[in-house]
Write a protein that binds this ligand. Structure first.
Ligand code: PRX
Length: 651
């Protein structure tokens, strides 16, 4: 089988400005020292980071205990995540942070709250005492099913304070999905809200919890935040109001001294088949990983206003809305609602209003805003921005360029960060003051991270190569298992190669050692014996001035093995006709070669996406092949998209 080919040739490269590099937390010199240390001795590198970036109640006796595929980091050490995110900013040299904003929150209707470190500490202690009073003990699981409100962060930190692992279920999931996750983790308590605001209206959550808990007998208590004040049914003996419990709770709650390997949280992620996987993360290693990467990659300073647009229900929200920023004493902005409510400029108005200096979002959002038109960001003063980030999918070079030009005003470095729910924190990313960036490349592995590209036989490659992205040495934020399923953990991540983590992504490494992530390996197409990543054909399509978004899949073809089918959303100003089809085929041929020219191009206004914004190519493959859509569709965001795609097929 041939290696995955790289057809996309990207030659643009961007240096950080001298001013940016000079002030960077990690400049060229530190980065190169850390790279050397991390290369030679990753364990020593991470031990150094753990000392610098985390406070410990008791030191470790051994940095890493590695019995593949089971790793223990900082063996014997004791710490507490909420202590590191709160208490240490209220005492000692950083005591001045007590009145600094920890969380700036804005609701979709425009209501706002600013919570200082001292206030957050008090609320977290109160809620930790509430949990205790409801019988939650160290090790008990607590499920959080909430809108993007500060109480979600408070509940997370309160869980960590007493050592009760949380399992956050994204508020967009159905009662069925919620119940499955509650049952798998055997959660005793659920924290929810009456509802939240999205797309200009209040949606309900409590009724979903009622339906889920009816099938989840393990739940003893439901705590309800009043957010929308809509009518909800409160079941006596089970349901309690957050504000009533908090009014009586004490603000005194010393942090539990927890083992470094104490379970911190479970987060469910969907696999290709079957049940969702409960990804388990533990305390000391995860905290070290997110605190270090946040400081280095987001270059955080005390006067920054940092905004990551992810919902806390995803790993990005866990690691880089809450834990990474708060461990660094940063100000983190949380926004409750949809990006385009009440108008297409809401995000840009938030950046202007709060003076956001560091902004982290996903390619899907960037592509949506490209489609909506430059006039919206241009109508706001975005000059407070100094650094931009991207996560969740490969970013097409043209989307990168737009982000750089229109949002970053050509002055902000972009950190394209590759990682996964399973990795806990960022693994491959630019260090913004220390490396030149190339549009579409996540650049190089973070110091202490050993990433490589393997071929099908499991041979490690060197130099320029394409193949399977792997991690060859354990890292502190790595998943410790799949909740309750050791076998699946071993098979999914460690079964393909010996002692090596298989990420499930394809990647290419160029001559200068830069990594280009091609996307999920399941999406790779084999056209006439050439393995081509869908992302490259999509990027070529998006680089045409007519196209806003594109998704490419393969369908079986007698002659070439696979024929390339492209689903294309044209820009609002473009007419979708046969002439456009011809233009686009020609364009792809010119950009990356005839081998990648789509056999078929279909126009659509919307693509099927997961709730976190990833294109569901699996469904498009079924549609392109004329098959019925099979498999799990519970993570699909908008079912009407699927119906529309089917209709267009019948036309
Ligand atoms: O395919 C990669 C893609 O997202 C997958 C992980 O998804 P999830 O666990 O939901 O976590 C998303 C947030 C970390 C990866 O296997 N992915 C993530 N970041 C990038 C990416 N693909 C390309 N470039 C990225 N920067």
């Amino acid at each position: 089988m041939p290696d995955i080919e790289s057809l996309l040739k990207e030659r643009r490269s961007f240096k950080p400005s001298a001013d940016f590099s000079r002030q960077a937390n990690w400049n060229k010199r530190t980065t190169s020292e850390y790279r050397k240390l991390g290369e030679k001795n990753p364990t020593k590198f991470w031990a150094k980071m753990a000392k610098e970036n985390v406070d410990w109640f008791k030191p470790w006796t051994k940095v890493l205990d590695w019995k593949p595929p089971f790793a223990k980091w900082f063996v014997g050490a004791k710490t507490n995540v909420s202590y590191n995110c709160l208490d240490r900013h209220l005492e000692g040299p950083n005591a001045w942070r007590k009145n600094k904003a920890a969380i700036i929150w804005e609701g979709e209707p425009g209501d706002t709250r600013t919570i200082t470190y001292a206030e957050l500490h008090k609320d977290v202690c109160r809620f930790a005492n509430v949990l205790k009073s409801q019988g939650i003990k160290k090790g008990d699981r607590v499920c959080l099913y909430m809108p993007m409100v500060p109480e979600l962060a408070i509940a997370m930190l309160a869980c960590t304070r007493i050592g009760a692992p949380h399992s956050i279920v994204f508020g967009g999931f159905s009662a069925e999905a919620l119940s499955d996750r509650i049952n798998d983790a055997q959660a005793k308590l659920v924290v929810t809200a009456d509802g939240g605001y999205r797309k200009g209206a209040a949606f309900g959550l409590k009724e979903m919890v009622d339906a889920a808990v009816a099938k989840s007998p393990c739940v003893e208590t439901v705590v309800v935040v009043a957010r929308t004040n809509q009518d909800v049914e409160m079941k006596s003996g089970r349901d309690l109001w957050w504000h009533e419990l908090m009014a009586d709770a004490s603000t005194n709650c010393p942090p539990a001294k927890l083992d470094a390997e104490h379970p911190l949280f479970i987060l469910y992620t969907s696999g290709t088949t079957g049940n969702p996987k409960g990804i388990l993360h533990t305390t000391g290693g995860y905290l070290t990983h997110v605190a270090t990467t946040f400081k280095a990659i987001f270059d955080i300073k005390d006067d920054d206003v940092y905004w990551c647009t992810a919902d806390i229900g995803w790993i990005t929200g866990h690691s880089y809305v809450v834990y990474g920023p708060l461990a660094n004493g940063a100000t983190t902005l949380m926004y409750e609602g949809t990006p385009t409510e009440p108008g297409p400029d809401r995000w840009w108005s938030l950046i202007e209003k709060w003076g956001v200096s560091i902004f982290y979002t996903a390619p899907t959002a960037i592509r949506t805003f490209i489609r909506l038109g430059d006039e919206h960001p241009k109508s706001h003063d975005l000059s407070s921005l100094r650094l931009l980030g991207s996560v969740g999918e490969p970013i097409n070079p043209e989307a990168w360029m737009w982000y750089h030009r229109v949002i970053g005003g050509k002055r902000c470095p972009i950190v394209d960060t590759w990682w996964q729910t399973e990795t806990g924190g960022i693994m491959i990313s630019p260090l913004p003051g220390a490396i030149d960036t190339k549009p579409g490349s996540a650049t190089k592995p973070f110091p202490g991270i050993h990433a490589n590209i393997f071929d099908e036989e499991g041979n490690a490659t060197t130099g320029e190569a394409g193949g399977f992205l792997v991690l060859t040495h354990p890292w502190p934020g790595m998943l410790r298992g799949i909740w309750g399923d050791k076998k699946r953990f071993k098979e999914t991540y460690w079964g393909k190669y010996d002692n090596t983590y298989f990420a499930g992504d394809g990647a290419h490494r160029d001559k200068s050692g830069y990594f280009w992530i091609i996307g999920r390996i399941d999406d790779v197409m084999n056209v006439s014996g050439h393995r081509i990543g869908t992302m490259e054909v999509e990027s070529a399509l998006v680089s045409s001035t007519d196209v806003a978004e594109a998704a490419v899949v393969g369908r079986p073809d007698e002659i070439t093995g696979t024929a390339i089918v492209a689903f294309v959303s044209p820009k609002a100003t473009t007419t979708a006709d046969d002439a456009l089809v011809a233009r686009l085929k020609k364009h792809v041929t010119k950009e990356i070669g005839a081998i990648a020219r789509p056999t078929e191009i279909r126009f659509t206004n919307a693509l099927p996406k997961t709730r976190s914004g990833k294109i569901m190519r699996r469904l498009l493959r079924d549609i392109a092949s004329g098959r019925d859509v099979a498999g799990d569709t519970s993570t699909l965001e908008d079912f009407s998209v699927l119906a529309k795609l089917r209709e267009s097929e019948e036309d």
